[in-house]
Design a binder for this molecule. Sequence first.
Ligand code: FES
Length: 138
Amino acid sequence: MTQPSRRDFLKLVRAGLLYLSGALAIGGLLRFLDFDAHPAPKTEFDLGPASDFPLGSRTLLADPPAVLLHTQSGFSALSLVCTHLGCAVEPSADGFACPCHGSRFDAAGGVLRGPAQKSLPALRVELTTDGRLLLHTD
Ligand code: FES
């Protein structure tokens, strides 16, 4: 068996580098073409075990901005995103108040004072078979 010449070795290295750079370029191109600049927003949130929210509790959630209620009739939730222009409303003595333009909502999310015209939307709460709460924002 003959030893490859220096020239053959350099040809082999050059071809290997050429194939490697081609593969990397194709991989990068595929990633570029598959890039989603606006991925769908998350609409399901795992709140954890339902036992963490005892009967009568009223829990403010940060992500998503919502309040989770546990009453005799079960779990329910209200979005805390103002229906006027989307600011986060805050708890107040009579329900919820929007710090941006002064809308006020009662404890059930109904409009007490505008400029908001629509009530705070109810969010769907699901109790899974393993006892966890899922909050749906869609
Ligand atoms: S965003 Fe809430 S009142 Fe305008």
